[in-house]
Design a protein around this ligand. Sequence first.
Ligand code: FAD
Length: 343
Amino acid sequence: MEKILFLAHTQDDGTLPNVAREALAAAVDLTQKIPGSSLSVGLIGQEAKPAADAVAACGAARFLAVTGTEFAASRYASDVAAVEALVSEAQATLIVAPATIRFSRALPGAAQRLQGRIETHVSGLDVVDGAPQIQRWYYRQRMVATLARSQRPWFLVVDAGVFPPWQGAPGAAALDNVAVALPENCTRTRVVGIQSPAVKTQTIRPDAEVLFVAGAGWTKKQADGQLHIKEAEGLILGFLQQCNASLGSSKSLVDQSVEGEAVLSFMSHLNQVGQTGSTPRHPKGLATCCHGEEPHAVGWRFINERRAINTDPNCGWAQGKADVLYVADAFQVMAKVNDLLGG
Ligand SMILES: Cc1cc2nc3c(=O)[nH]c(=O)nc-3n(C[C@H](O)[C@H](O)[C@H](O)COP(=O)(O)OP(=O)(O)OC[C@H]3O[C@@H](n4cnc5c(N)ncnc54)[C@H](O)[C@@H]3O)c2cc1C
C-alpha cells in the first residue's frame, strides 16, 4: 500500500507556485489509481496555512507543515532537514514534488539520507497492475524511458508543464506542524537577500503561455539594405512585456555575440532553444526571423501550437514543423501585433 506525500514549498507571498499545483494534480491522480493508497500534503515555508487552505479540497488525509523563518528561503541544509521530517512523519513511500530550483537542490540529498531513490524530470506517470511507473526523457529528449522501482521512499520530481494544475475550491485545512531539529551547520549559511536581474532582462519565463523565439534574421540587413537592431529590440521586448511571453532564441542569434556581430542586448545563451539548447514547455510558440532548421525545431518538441513568421516560404517551418507559417516581414507583423495589443 503506497503512502503518497505531495511535497511543496511556498513562494515569497505564501502561495504555491503553479508547478506545485501541477505536481499536486499528479499526486491526486496517482492516489486515485493505486488501490489502497492514501495522500498527505507536506508544506515548507515561512507560513503554510494559506497554501494548505488553498488545496484543502485535494482529498489529502493529512496536512503537515514545517514552518518558520528558518524555512522561508531556499537553503540546502534546512530544506533537507524539513523534507526528512515530513517524509518520516507521513511515513511516505512515494513523494511527488514539483521541479522548482529550490527542490532540485534539496531533494536528491533528502532521498539519500532517507535511503530512498529519486527520479528527476518526471514527464509522465502511470499505474500498471497497481504499481506506479514514471516516464522521463534521456539524451536531450531523443529517448523516452518508462521506469518502475521497488525501493521506497521513491521521490518523483515532476517537470513543469506536464500536468494541468490542480483546481479546486479553497477550504480550511487542519494543519499539523512538524518540529525539525536544525543541524548546527545550518547557521553557517544565512540568506541575506536575493539579487535578480532587472525585469527587463528577465526574459525566460517557464510558466508563460507563449514562447517567443527570435532568430538571426532580426539582426540581418533588411530589404532597405540596413540593420535595424534597435527597432528589433523594441519590437521583441514590447511583445514580451505585453504578453508576458518567454523569450527563446536560435543558436545563430546567440552565437553572434562571440562572433562580434550586432546583437540583441538582452539575449544570452540561456535563451537558446534546440538540440544544444533547451526544450521548453509552453502551450504556444511563435518563431520569428528564424529558419526552423531541424537542430532548432527539435527544441519545440513540447510546444503544442506552433506558428512562425518568415519572409521565406520555403523555410524549415514550411516543411511540416509549424501549424501556421505567415510568409511576411516579422518587423511589420510584430509592429502591428504590438499595436493591437495596445503598446
Ligand atoms: C550540432 C548542431 C547543433 C545545433 N544546435 C542548435 C540549437 O540547439 N538551436 C538552434 O537554434 N540551432 C542549432 N543549430 C544550428 C541550426 O542548424 C541553425 O543554423 C540555426 O538554428 C539557424 O538560426 P536562424 O534560423 O536564427 O538563422 P538563419 O538560418 O540565418 O535564418 C534567419 C531567418 O530569418 C528570416 N528572416 C530574415 N529577415 C526576416 C524578416 N524581416 N521577417 C521574417 N523573417 C526574416 C530568413 O528568411 C531566415 O529564414 C545546431 C547546429 C548543429 C550543427
